[in-house]
Design a protein around this ligand. Structure first.
Ligand code: C5P
Length: 231
């Protein structure tokens, strides 16, 4: 499995996305499309990205009963995305059903990645609202193991958790890590950040980079710098 830089395309319109993509020449990019853009523009946006030869991580974080998730995953798989995700808290049966739904008639399927605990979830929230009394790191590792045992390919996690996940689930189990910043860059609302070079050292397989590229004066140059440090 090769390492790759995924650009978080947190735009709200097709126009904004295409203006951004026009700043690149002929690189084949890996783009993360999230709820905002997908709900605004629908499947057509994915077809346009594919027409341009890019890869897609569709970040919709599914979480529902197994049968519904299976059928939804089947629809997403047919849209030719390369990576999709779900919430591990939906349980092993939901994750296994998702995997079944993703397999295309020719036997291929997108990578299936789990979200363990969102980085916006604190230990206090887990305890007071979700009634989970464990340490957040133990929950992350336990959910990652459930994902692995259900046949998933990896998890989204902080680069600082990637080592722990690899130790528990093996080095082939993928870690997809956001929270990436250049050493001299703005952190924005991210708290625990690492550079692309550090993420490589820690063992991330994919880094997800948004604003350091999308808001750069020269996005193509910022992307190249990420690739240089990470790959
Ligand atoms: O702009 P920035 O580099 O902070 O964007 C990071 C991307 O990764 C955003 O799309 C954000 O929603 C996503 N993400 C994250 N932290 C997580 C999961 C996803 O920042 N734990």
């Amino acid at each position: 499995m090769n390492r790759d830089v995924i650009i978080a395309c947190d735009f709200s319109t097709k126009k904004a996305l295409l203006e951004f993509l026009d700043k690149f020449s002929d690189e084949q990019l890996y783009l993360k499309v999230g709820m905002e853009l997908y709900y605004a523009e629908g499947p057509e946006i994915l077809k346009e990205i594919k027409r341009r030869g890019h890869k897609i991580f569709l970040d919709l974080k599914l979480h529902d009963i197994p049968n519904t998730v299976k059928k939804a995953m089947s629809v997403l798989s047919n849209l030719d995305v390369d990576m999709v995700n779900l919430h591990a808290s939906g349980g092993s049966n939901m994750m296994k059903a998702a995997l079944e739904g993703l397999v295309r008639p020719d036997g291929t399927r997108p990578l299936l990645i789990a979200v363990t605990q969102l980085t916006s979830t604190s230990e206090q929230l887990m305890k007071e609202e979700l009634l989970i009394n464990e340490k957040i790191q133990d929950v992350v590792v336990s959910y990652a193991k459930n994902a692995k045992n259900s046949g998933l390919d990896g998890v989204v996690c902080s680069p600082l958790e990637a080592g722990m996940v690899k130790s528990a689930c093996g080095k082939e189990f993928l870690t997809i890590t956001p929270g990436i910043r250049f050493a001299d860059g703005e952190k924005g609302d991210q708290v625990r950040v690492t550079t692309p070079a550090m993420a490589k050292e820690i063992g991330s397989d994919f880094i997800v980079v948004g604003r350091p590229i999308t808001e750069a004066v020269d996005p193509a140059a910022a992307y190249k710098e990420c690739v240089k440090q990470f790959i």
